[in-house]
Design a protein around this ligand. Structure first.
Ligand SMILES: [Zn+2]
Length: 299
């Protein structure tokens, strides 16, 4: 199984609640634990502006590239603007496109980054600048690699950008399971939203996920599942209010992978959020996802 990764995914945010160093640390743990070999890692190229424009408005792209976002636009991102940030998000979008292509070739591939589901066509918010997954979907559709896509978003926060981008697009089914009383407000409707209550624990969450995913896959047959494997439903998360255990999140990953692979649907995985009190827990959750993915991938 191939993993797309670049050292430049790190946004170098320092003491920020968003630990963007997690990408490198996850990669290092995967290598150290022998889950991944150095030759499994693939370096992405940045997405082209044409690819980014499949999702984002030209004016927003121009502002990002010329450093002319307004103060309020930067505030809304909740991360500091820099040319390095722009380079990282373009690279990560390229990484998601590449991971999508690799998933077609090998059933499952991972972008050790991405899942920036709060980015909208004309603005970014909630740590998300470009919607890498939407860009990958549109790019793969454009080159004829896929026609129909499904997003399966298990980040604790609703995929508002995803819902908005694909609201009028019948070729993409958006599924999101998230904590109802949490950012974002409002939540534009996905094709299927599963709202879970504060403090939901493993069994209840997994039952809701199984039901929702079963319903989504009965209704819609995608050529690829884009799985946003957020680590933030974890009970120790600083920005989440659910109570999943480490083991519960592993079971979640397997449930999603099993559901897609049972129907022979390739899966592209992005990491999305993760803000556990202990960074080590976030890294463990992400590396568990990759380990599960490897089990479901072609030998
Ligand atoms: Zn999140």
């Amino acid at each position: 199984m191939k993993l797309v990764y670049s050292d430049q995914y790190d946004l170098n945010l320092g003491d920020h609640v968003f630990p963007s160093v997690k990408y490198r640390l996850t990669k290092e743990k995967l290598l150290r634990d022998g889950i991944v070999r150095p030759e499994d890692l693939v370096e992405p190229a940045p997405a082209s502006d044409e690819d980014v424009a499949l999702v984002h408005h030209r004016e927003y792209i121009r502002k990002l590239k010329t450093g002319t976002l307004s103060y309020l636009e930067i505030l809304r991102l909740e991360i500091p603007y820099s040319p390095e940030l722009v380079r990282a998000v373009w690279l990560c979008a390229g990484g998601s496109i590449l991971a999508g292509r690799l998933a077609l070739a090998g059933n499952i591939a991972v972008n050790v980054g991405g899942g920036f589901h709060h980015a909208f066509p004309d603005h970014g918010e909630g740590f998300c600048v470009l919607h890498d997954v939407a860009i990958a979907i549109r790019r793969l559709q454009k080159e004829g690699a896929i026609q129909r896509a499904m997003t399966v978003d298990c980040d604790v926060h609703q995929g508002n950008g995803t819902a908005e981008i694909f609201a009028a697009d019948p070729t993409v089914f958006t599924f999101s399971i998230h904590q109802e009383r949490n950012y974002p407000y409002p939540k534009p409707a996905s094709n299927l939203d599963v709202n879970v209550e504060d403090g939901t624990e493993d069994e209840e969450y997994l039952a809701a996920l199984e039901d929702g995913l079963g319903q989504a896959l009965a209704e819609f047959h995608p050529d690829m599942v884009f799985y946003l494997a957020g680590a933030d439903p974890y009970r120790e998360d600083q920005l989440g209010g659910l109570k999943l255990s480490l083991h519960g999140i592993e079971r979640r990953d397997r449930l999603v992978l099993q559901a897609a692979r049972a129907k022979n649907i390739p899966v592209m995985i992005t990491l999305a959020g993760g803000y556990a009190r202990s960074l080590e827990d976030t890294i463990r959750i992400h590396s568990n996802t990759v380990r599960a993915a490897k089990e479901f991938a072609k030998p």
